[in-house]
Design a protein around this ligand. Structure first.
Ligand code: F0G
Length: 460
């Protein structure tokens, strides 16, 4: 008997998709051609792909059966009503508008409610949310608790918003300039940390007192609910569904990327109570996404989503899901590899600047780690650090670096087995032994915005 309790998959495998191992020489060639940017690598040349947990889930046999049963009618499709009923049963809001993915829901919402100069607070905005706010001339403000930026600070709910900061923010800016308040569950840009029910209720109360609408960015709501169940007093005996219902009851609506906790490969939605706002959103939806009963999705997508969003509430699934991510974190932590603690819901985040202390920030240690991990083991990850977030100071011309230099190992849902996870941990442990050999990089070509997607580099 092994001394570790590895989480056991609560499913068996019915369909397989081969993945290929490549040689180190081949990967070296691939990296060179890709300009040392893992976004430029063909997925076929990747052995284990931890780039994202978004849209990469494995669907169940029931979902695939739903794909065949999708109703492709332009208006009033059966699949839409199935989708609407499933989402309403969990979220509880009156109006449910499908969109092709999360950022489309964000765009439609902000295009409708935001005027230039408005401010939207959140615990931490995800990049697309921030971009959609800034694109409309608004300001995206992060009001997460200070501990979120400390990778060693203990805490069960490091995704919590600092409610005192929120109160002051509303006082200083006035409710006229704040179209709504958001809360991202779990907090992807802050280590995938959950938000507590107590915090959700506190934010809800402040918003009601101030007369401000409160919206969730609900991508990983089920993972958040599972953390509440296992960590917050009074919730141990409650079902995930009822915890999710209690969370959503505190707010007025949500944007959702179904590519995460609805266990599908594409899709999203807007959910809200306000009748007048829903009408406006619907009109914009028709112009840019599609008729309100399909909103940019095929009937089969809605069918798979309706089934997936129920499956994600299954506790044995969530226990396994969160357990698998935690297990990867533990394997790394026990080997002395610096990671963001505690481990979040969908990903383990490496502290790249501590992993590679000999590489200065302007030689991109996080990026260097993604390149080395691909070169040595065919594993693809994503840098969330200096290449992604550094800003050039207009006066000095120097780059200013973000607080954290992270590499995210995002674990797709129901895709990889524990052997794959152990392979990833072993590869990282080997790499850590030889970390002094890893060199930094310099940028040779970059775009003005979101440079990480297309940047090309050279090893130093
Ligand atoms: N909000 C959060 C918290 C997200 O993590 C994402 C996507 C979105 C909104 C946007 O949703 O991709 O369907 O348009 N996150 C992915 C990731 C891309 O890799 O973390 P989308």
């Amino acid at each position: 008997m092994a001394d570790r309790n590895y989480p056991i998959e609560p499913y068996r495998i019915k369909v397989v998709e081969p993945i290929q191992r490549t040689t180190k020489a081949e990967r070296e060639r691939v990296l060179k051609e890709a300009g040392y940017n893992v976004f430029n690598i063909a997925a076929e040349k990747v052995f284990i792909d931890l780039l994202t947990d978004s849209g990469t889930s494995a669907m169940s046999d029931r979902q695939w059966a739903g794909i065949m049963r999708g109703d492709e009618s332009y208006a009033g499709a059966r699949s839409f009503f199935h989708f609407e009923q499933a989402v309403k049963g969990i979220f509880g809001y009156k109006h449910i508008l499908p969109t092709h993915q999360g950022r489309a829901a964000e765009r439609i919402l902000f295009e409708t409610v935001l005027r230039e100069g408005d401010k939207i607070p959140n615990n931490i905005h995800f990049d697309t949310t921030r971009a959609n706010i800034e694109y409309r001339g608004g300001e995206a403000v992060n009001l997460v608790n200070d501990g979120a930026y400390d990778p060693e600070a203990p805490g069960d709910f490091k995704g919590d918003m600092d409610v005192e900061k929120l109160r002051r923010f509303i006082e200083v800016n006035g409710r006229e300039r704040i179209p709504l308040v958001m809360l991202t569950v779990t907090n992807n840009s802050g280590g995938g940390q959950p938000v507590s029910m107590a915090n959700i209720k506190a934010v809800g109360r402040i918003c009601r007192e101030a007369g401000l609408p409160f919206f969730f960015d609900a991508c990983r709501f089920a993972e958040n609910a599972y953390f509440i169940k296992t960590r917050e007093k009074g919730y141990a005996e409650r079902s995930i569904r009822s915890i999710a219902q209690e969370m959503f009851a505190e707010a007025d609506g949500a944007t959702m990327s179904s590519k995460k906790d609805a266990l599908v490969n594409i899709g999203g939605f807007l959910a809200l109570n306000d009748e007048v706002l829903a009408e406006k959103l619907k009109n914009l939806l028709i112009i840019t996404e599609g008729f309100p009963t399909y909103g940019g999705l095929a009937g089969r997508d809605l069918e798979a989503l309706a089934i997936g969003i129920e499956e994600v509430l299954d506790e044995s699934y969530l226990e396994y899901r969160i357990g698998q991510v935690r297990c990867l974190g533990e394997l790394l932590d026990e080997a002395g590899i610096p990671i963001y603690m505690p481990v979040g819901g969908h990903a383990v985040y490496l502290l790249a600047d501590r992993f590679l202390p000999h590489i200065p920030r302007n030689q991109y240690p996080g990026w260097a780690l993604t390149v080395a991990l691909y070169r040595e083991a065919g594993i693809r990850t994503v840098e969330i650090g200096s290449v992604m977030f550094a800003r050039r100071n207009e006066e000095t011309g120097e780059e200013e670096f973000p607080e954290l230099e992270l590499v995210r190992l995002a674990v797709p849902r129901r895709v990889y087995s524990m052997s794959h996870i152990r392979y990833v941990a072993d590869a990282l442990i080997d790499l850590y032994q030889e970390r002094e050999r890893i060199r930094g990089l310099k940028i040779i070509k970059q775009a003005k915005h979101l440079r990480h997607f297309t940047v090309r580099l050279e090893p130093l």
